[in-house]
Design a protein around this ligand. Structure first.
Ligand SMILES: [Zn+2]
Length: 318
C-alpha cells in the first residue's frame, strides 16, 4: 500500500518538477555536519512537519566513541531514521549502542524504530511515562499517520525506552569518551534530557534551545524552562546543538533568543492575566516586533502566547 502511494507521490513531484527547483521537490536531505572531532549532527528544516519535507524539521546528533556510537534523537519518521543510520555508516562502522531521546515529541521520535533495528538501545527519562501511556500520544500518532503519510503510516510505532534513566544524571562511559546525560526538565517537556560530550564541550540541548525560528512552547513550564537555560549557560559548553536550527559556537548569545522569547511571553501575558485583560486584546497590543520576522512566527506565536496566558492565569492564583 505504502509503495503505491510513494509512486503516486513521486510521480506528482516529477510533474511539479517542471516548474519548481529540484532542491525543493526532493525535500531536505539528511546530511551529517561535524561540530567537533567525531561529534556530528543533522539539521532539519525551519518549518512545520509536512509530507513535502518528510517531517524533517528537527535535529539529531551522534558521537563516535571508539567503542560504539551514541545517537541523540531519531528524527521524525522511520525513513529519516534509516537515513540517519546511513549517515552514521558513512562516518564509522562502530556498532550503534544507544539512542538518547531528548523528549517524546513526534518530530524527534518517529525514527526510533529504525535506530532500534540498527542495534541501538533507547534511553529515556521516566517522566515520559505519562505521555507514552496517554490518549494524547495515540491521537497524535493517528493524526501524524494522516498528515505525514506516507512517511508516517500504520507501520510507524511509538517506541518506549528500553532503559529508563535512573536519577537525574547518567554517564555513558564508552571508549575514550564520557557522555553525560542529564535531566533538563521539566522545561519544554517533563522528560527533557540534555547530553554533554564532556571532552569536546559539545552540548546537545534538545528543545530547550531553538535557533532561527520561533520556539514551540506547547504546554511547557516556561518558568522552569528559563531556569534550565540558565543552568545550561552555566555549564559553559563550547558548542551547543539545539533541537531546531544551526549549531552554535557562541552559546551565551545564541541561547538568548529562546530565553528572551519565553521571558517576553511571560511578561506580556502575565501582565494581562493579572489585570484580567482578555487574551485577544492583550495579544493585539503586545509588541512582537523583535520576533515577527522569524520563521514560524505566524504558525506558532499566537498559540504560544495563548498557552502562556493560561499558564500565567494559573501562576497568578497560586
Ligand atoms: Zn522539536
Amino acid at each position: 500500500m505504502r509503495s503505491v502511494y510513494r509512486v503516486l507521490l513521486s510521480f506528482s513531484l516529477v510533474v511539479m518538477n517542471a516548474a519548481i527547483p529540484t532542491a525543493w521537490a526532493a525535500g531536505p536531505v539528511v546530511r551529517a555536519e561535524r561540530v567537533a572531532p567525531d561529534v556530528w549532527f543533522v539539521q532539519g528544516e525551519a518549518a512545520m512537519g509536512s509530507s513535502a519535507n518528510r517531517n524533517f524539521v528537527s535535529n539529531a546528533g551522534f558521537v563516535v566513541t571508539g567503542e560504539g556510537v551514541v545517537v541523540i534523537d531519531a528524527l521524525g519518521s522511520p525513513e529519516l531514521g534509516d537515513e540517519l543510520v546511513a549517515e552514521i555508516r558513512r562516518v564509522t562502522q562502530e556498532p550503534i549502542r544507544w539512542v538518547v531521546v531528548t523528549h517524546y515529541h513526534a518530530d524527534h521520535v518517529y525514527g526510533l524504530q529504525s535506530l532500534q533495528a540498527a542495534g541501538a538501545r533507547v534511553l529515556g527519562h521516566p517522566a515520559a511515562r505519562d505521555y507514552l501511556g496517554s490518549e494524547t500520544a495515540q491521537r497524535r500518532l493517528a493524526t501524524s499517520r494522516e498528515e505525514l503519510f506516507p512517511f508516517v503510516d500504520e507501520t510507524t510505532r511509538l517506541v518506549a525506552p528500553d532503559v529508563w534513566m535512573d536519577g537525574e544524571e547518567t554517564v555513558l562511559r564508552l571508549g575514550r569518551r564520557e557522555i553525560v546525560v542529564r535531566h533538563g526538565g521539566p522545561a519544554h517537556t517533563p522528560e527533557d534530557l540534555v547530553v554533554l560530550v564532556r571532552d569536546a564541550g559539545v552540548l546537545f540541548a534538545g528543545d530547550l534551545v531553538f535557533r532561527g525560528r520561533i520556539p514551540y512552547v506547547g504546554n511547557a513550564d516556561s518558568r522552569k524552562w528559563i531556569a534550565s537555560l540558565d543552568a545550561l549557560i552555566a555549564w559553559r559548553p563550547t558548542v551547543v546543538v539545539p533541537g531546531h536550527g544551526p549549531a552554535s559556537t557562541a552559546p551565551v548569545v545564541d541561547l538568548a533568543l529562546t530565553r528572551d522569547y519565553l521571558a517576553h511571553l511571560r511578561r506580556t501575558m502575565g501582565e494581562a492575566a493579572r489585570n484580567l485583560e482578555p487574551f485577544d486584546e492583550a495579544y493585539a497590543k503586545a509588541d512582537w516586533s523583535r520576533f515577527e520576522s522569524l520563521p514560524l512566527f505566524r504558525a506558532a506565536n499566537r498559540m504560544n502566547a495563548y498557552n502562556t496566558y493560561l499558564l500565567m492565569e494559573q501562576e497568578a492564583v497560586k
